[in-house]
Design a protein around this ligand. Structure first.
Ligand SMILES: Nc1ncnc2c1ncn2[C@@H]1O[C@H](COP(=O)(O)OP(=O)(O)OP(=O)(O)O)[C@@H](O)[C@H]1O
Length: 458
């Protein structure tokens, strides 16, 4: 996994790819406007929107309203020299706003508890991983840091970030507590950092492999879903109860409902609360559009029409259910469109394999469910498609999940696109509710109205 944001290279690559798409789309405009117009228009939007400004990140760093704005340097944040080396090796030149604001609290002595919210892709993971690595006392050979993630994939990704950052700290040892990891009876974990999912961690504490009493730093990533979802909530509360009173509690997420925030403040003693910007503002970098279709088949056609554009960079297509993801992937493959699928039905090995291939760019278009809606960081994802809009158990708009899904693009100051496919009055209503929730218009992508689209793309 590449941690380095190489904007210039990405722009160069994307621009190198664009003429083909444009040529193809322009030709098709003449010959088959019905079928190709959407692809052509999308290509224009991408040209204008995604590669508009080569110095974009630097410009954002100077803008006090940007999540990348920061007046400090990593040196000023008092990191250990070998950690600092690791941070620079990852290509991080300056901290983002959440890193600048959270790190003094994360590293404070005596320890401070923290509940932090900052938008997707602005460096939260990097911030808490730095704290985790900074707190380890290497010559004490027992688990001192526990980090919980909601999914297998996210736990592995966090471990990879930690391993990259600790490149010059070979004395720090880590272990994953995730599905598929087995320990012989009687084994006591001796690694300093344990990163895992709540189910496995609980399992290992019950079997006495893992002693939570000596944990000094507890990180809850995607804290809102961990607190809000019944299964996770029970497990997290049980784990939390076994931690010592002096353990530092660090909660991170891009979204918190008021209820979840109240609960978090109830279980975390005297926390510092950092909320960088209102969640709706985190949509700044992501152009949002929708296609209006009449039937599910039309949705499928719209998707295949823009397939060429999706694979300019990389794209993630979200479906509501595993069954739908399966159906879509099968149908697209049968029709000659290369796609990969990642759903909860795959084995652990298959899931890792698919994600690795996607990260390496061997797969351009990935179909998935909400299992990948949070935290997954793949630099080249330029477009997110909601084949189905996200809904909660009551069938109403799930705005948090929408934000997390589209946050798979537009990461660390980059531009991204979110395309929503709407096929019924009820899905139109969900779209309108999402618009209202964030106070943002989701633009109608009208294949017949080029002028309008040209304006949107600017
Ligand atoms: N200071 C930095 N300079 C440059 N790149 C950075 C910096 N901090 C993080 N990044 C990169 O930005 C991307 C997003 O960071 P990260 O995954 O930490 O975001 P996040 O806020 O945890 O996102 P999410 O809410 O989706 O979990 C990653 O590719 C990461 O390597």
């Amino acid at each position: 996994m590449s941690q380095k944001v190489d904007w210039a290279n990405f722009v160069a690559q994307t621009e190198a790819n664009l003429p083909n798409v444009k040529d193809k789309a322009d030709d098709s405009d003449d010959e088959a406007p019905e079928n190709q117009a959407e692809a052509s228009l999308l290509a224009k939007i991408i040209r204008k929107g995604l590669v508009a400004n080569k110095n974009d990140i630097e410009v954002q760093r100077q803008d006090p309203k940007s999540p990348l704005y920061s007046v400090k340097t990593f040196e000023a944040l008092n990191l250990k020299p070998n950690l600092l080396k690791g941070v620079y090796e990852m290509g991080f030149n300056a901290p983002s706003k959440i890193q600048e604001m959270a790190l003094p609290t994360l590293l404070a002595d005596p320890c401070q508890n923290l509940i932090a919210q900052a938008q997707s892709g602005t460096g939260k993971t990097a911030a808490f991983v730095l704290a985790m690595l900074s707190r380890v006392v290497p010559d004490k050979h027992y688990p001192q840091v526990l980090c919980l993630s909601p999914t297998y994939e996210l736990a592995i990704q966090t471990g990879e970030v930690a391993a990259n950052m600790a490149k010059f700290c070979p004395e720090i040892e880590m272990r994953f507590a995730v599905r598929g990891e087995m320990l012989p009876r009687g084994t006591k974990i001796a690694e300093h950092i344990v990163i895992g999912t709540p189910g496995k961690v609980l399992d290992w504490t019950k079997q006495k492999h893992l002693d939570l009493k000596k944990i000094t730093v507890f990180v809850l990533d995607e804290a809102d879903v961990m607190i809000d979802q019944q299964g996770h909530q029970d497990q997290c509360i049980r784990i939390h109860k076994d931690l010592s009173a002096s353990c530092q509690m660090l909660f991170f997420s891009a979204t918190y409902s008021q209820e979840v925030m109240d609960f978090a403040e109830h279980i975390v003693k005297n926390p510092i609360v950092i909320r960088l910007r209102r969640e709706e503002e985190s949509l700044d970098n992501i152009g949002q559009y929708y296609f209006k279709c009449s039937t599910a088949d039309e949705k499928y056609n719209a998707l295949t029409n823009i397939y060429g554009t999706l694979s300019i960079g990389q794209a993630i297509i979200f479906c509501r259910t595993k069954k739908m993801a399966e159906w879509l992937s099968q149908k697209m493959s049968n029709d000659g469109h290369a796609v990969a699928i990642l759903s909860g039905d795959l084995t652990v090995e298959q899931r890792i394999n698919v994600l690795d291939r996607f990260r390496e760019g061997k797969e351009k278009v990935l179909i998935t469910t909400n299992v990948l809606s949070r935290g997954i960081d793949v630099e080249q994802v330029t477009i997110v498609v909601n084949f189905d809009l996200p809904v909660n158990v009551e069938g109403k708009a799930d705005c948090e999940t929408y934000l997390h899904r589209i946050g798979r693009t537009g990461r660390f100051g980059k531009k991204g696109l979110a395309i929503n496919l709407v096929d019924s009055d009820s899905s139109m209503k969900i779209l309108r509710d999402i618009e209202e929730h964030f106070g943002r218009k989701i633009q109608y992508l009208n294949a017949d109205d080029c002028d309008e689209i040209e304006k949107i793309g600017q």
